[in-house]
Design a protein around this ligand. Structure first.
Ligand code: 13P
Ligand code: SF4
Length: 308
């Protein structure tokens, strides 16, 4: 038997599911139950009947799955899988930011630790950030840790001041406004699709800005034939695969060859096999933090439902 069959067998024996973020190595898709963006995977984690969730993503994503499914065993296959943006804020820095801007609700991007979520009012992901901030119905909100997603929301809403913490995604910030203008010249027929973690000037120049899953759905549905993708390479790998397998007859071009989140690439098929076999590495969250962080995430899921 090969590794893929061994993983599938273990999954069945242990009643496990594998959730995979679309920035992960594409070969993981073959053993995955669901592949998608943070919001979609959170929803799958919340609704599953499996006993074990293997989260092929980064640490904060596995932590969020544990918050949403506290009775399940949640495993992160490789403990080196962190998020550089999530690591830019901790409790001390969050408290300082809040004390500099008192009595303003705090929205926290899901790319943050459970400890940070526990001290924020409501969570959001890149696909629902605009809707979540709108749902608060306030003139001012604090937004942590991603300054660019926060500013994107402010621009979209137009009537809310979004005071942002100074975190960012180093991978998305490698995309420069001149990369967009150069791509326009080189591929005049193409649509340019970007992630809202990109610099505001990049988002402004793109034709569509959305979460990883939204970018993939937009590209699939569009009548256009050529797309320049301004987000992590995992998205374009999947678009190219699906375009070939499903005869979309579309071309996808990565804006720049180095748009790779190395932290997302740690999990291998071997790690997934070991995760299932030895039930490693288990995510546990201290009870008082778990309760408060879960409230923060649940408020997002409820607001999402109300606004649908
Ligand atoms: P999505 O919410 O679009 O999946 O993004 C997560 C992420 O880490 C992007 O860098
Ligand atoms: Fe974090 Fe950026 Fe990697 Fe997403 S792409 S996991 S925000 S470092």
């Amino acid at each position: 038997m090969n590794l893929i069959d061994d993983i599938k067998k273990l999954k069945q024996e242990k009643n496990a599911i594998i959730l995979t973020h679309c920035y992960q190595n594409i070969e993981l898709d073959e053993v995955s139950d669901y592949v998608g963006d943070s919001l979609f995977l959170s929803r799958m984690a919340a609704g599953t009947k499996a006993d074990i969730i293997v989260f092929a993503g980064v640490y904060f994503m596995a932590q969020s799955a544990k918050l949403l499914s506290p009775d399940k065993k949640v495993l992160l296959p490789n403990m080196n899988s962190g998020c550089l943006m999530a690591d830019m804020i901790d409790i001390k820095r969050l408290r300082e930011f809040k004390s500099q801007n008192p009595n303003i609700p705090v929205v926290c991007y899901i790319n943050s630790t459970a400890e940070v979520k526990a001290e924020c009012d409501i969570c959001c992901t890149s696909s629902n950030a605009v809707e979540i901030v709108r749902s608060l119905n306030k003139e001012k909100v604090l937004f942590v840790p991603d300054t660019y997603l926060g500013k994107f929301v402010e621009k979209k809403l137009g009537n809310v001041e979004v005071i942002t913490y100074n975190g960012f995604c180093p991978t998305h910030l490698r995309i420069l406004p001149e990369d967009i203008t150069n791509a326009r010249k080189k591929y005049p027929e193409a649509l340019i699709l970007a992630h809202p973690e990109c610099h505001c000037e990049v988002s402004k120049l793109a034709d569509f800005v959305g979460s990883t899953k939204e970018i993939m759905e937009f590209a699939k549905k569009s009548d256009k034939k050529q797309f320049v993708i301004a987000t992590e390479k995992g998205v374009i790998d999947r678009l190219n695969r699906d375009s070939i397998n499903e005869n979309w007859n579309k071309e996808f071009i990565l804006i720049k060859s180095n748009i790779i989140c190395q932290n997302m690439k740690h999990n291998t098929l071997n790690d997934i096999y070991n995760a299932l076999k030895y039930e490693q590495y288990e995510i546990n969250i201290e009870e008082s933090i778990r309760i408060k962080a879960t409230e923060c995430i649940n408020r997002m899921l409820c607001a999402g439902k109300i606004n649908k």
